[in-house]
Design a protein around this ligand. Sequence first.
Ligand code: SAH
Ligand code: SF4
Ligand code: F3S
Length: 440
Amino acid sequence: MSNKTKQLYIETYGCQMNMADTEVVLSIMDGVGYKLTKEAAKADLIFVNTCSVRDNAELRVKQRVSELKTHKRNNPDVLIGVLGCMAERLRTELIDKNNVVDLVVGPDEYRKLPKMVNDAYAGQRGIAVKLSRVENYDDITPLRTEGISAWLSVTRGCDKFCTFCVVPFTRGRERSRTLKSVVDEVHKLSERGFKEVTLLGQNVNSYHDGEFDFPDLLSAVAKVDRTIRIRYATSHPQDMSDKLIEVMAEHSNICKYVHLPVQSGSNRILKLMNRTYTIEHYLGLLEKIKRAMPDVSFSTDIIAGFPTETDDDHRLTLDVMKQVKYDGAYMFKYSPRENTKAWEMGDDVVEEKKVERLNEIIALQEDISNELNRAAVGQTMEVLVERDSSRSSDDLMGRTDTNKKTLFPREDALVGEYRNVKIERATAHTLFGKLVQNVN
Ligand code: SAH
Ligand code: SF4
Ligand code: F3S
């Protein structure tokens, strides 16, 4: 079938790297005449870019795929493809057994999509799930559909093998793009008026292109355009070097915000998780970061109910949260994943216990976020105006350097501007204020 303009609908699950991959897929498919549609009912081609990190993520995707199949029933010409991290795990279930979908394509095989889609139109279902040691889509400019903030994957894969985590299996070995290709892309983003760039990788701070390390990359990117804010995620405590801290402190446009997943407060559990640090080392890192950047804020990831976790281990996690006072946290119930080391440790923390511990962690974080945000009341903060507020068309939404969502009446402010906002009120997740002209 010819590649005249067709409509592509895509849903994306999982982490920011998957969102960034979707933009790579859009770019590849745009090259063969597919335009993005926001309505599945109008699509000729439906992609679901999937996540495997926890069981509930997988369940949601399976449910969505079966819902989207109704479009195929209405129009047999519609093709459905499953992309991303579940591809390898689900290929048998989705293609061999049930013929549920027309193609299954893993994260390193997106260059094959145009051919596979054509083959599928010709009736040949396709599977491509090989992982690569080198693919990083260096030469493909992601098709970004939003104009202020850009995600930019600088590493792919992960070599850390935390015992609970499926990512090294779904995404393969770690590899880095060249510094030059990243800097060139940031130049292009600057020309197009982007105001925020987030460098992405599963452990972005272990970036190494053979010549340059992550601090080199970060400082090169920061120098491209001082009006562009630079963020990065996710960093692993093991690779949080002194050099990286220095570079962060040195450049005013690198956000003073560090997402540093702790996972657990118990050294015994951290060891079982193969996280490679002790809690003392982790807390020492945060102290060092704070000394270099007193205004820095932190966020984290926490898992409740890892195998063998006791009430005492759990209390140690709560203690760390109280001590650090994270601005925000992503909090999860342990979910056993096949093939991982932890899978073999069993799943001995009973569901009710896991839920109880997770709820305690969430409630504590809510209190801490509330307290920290209330402390912001009365202060004037610079925000980058990102978009209209979803709550009211009279308001705009911006983010502070420390990544706090801030709502304020629009007045003369425009999306993409840096403006000062005096904070008048706060909840655990949002600051509310009004524009002020003077810099504090
Ligand atoms: N590379 C990042 C994040 C990877 S996945 C890092 O190293 O921190 C995002 C988060 O999901 C992890 O930090 C972890 O908290 C959580 N996670 C990963 N596997 C999980 C599992 N099997 N069960 C519950 N949470 C998990
Ligand atoms: Fe998973 Fe650990 Fe790699 Fe993060 S560092 S992606 S948690 S294996
Ligand atoms: Fe999920 Fe894959 Fe990201 S498993 S969290 S989409 S790397």
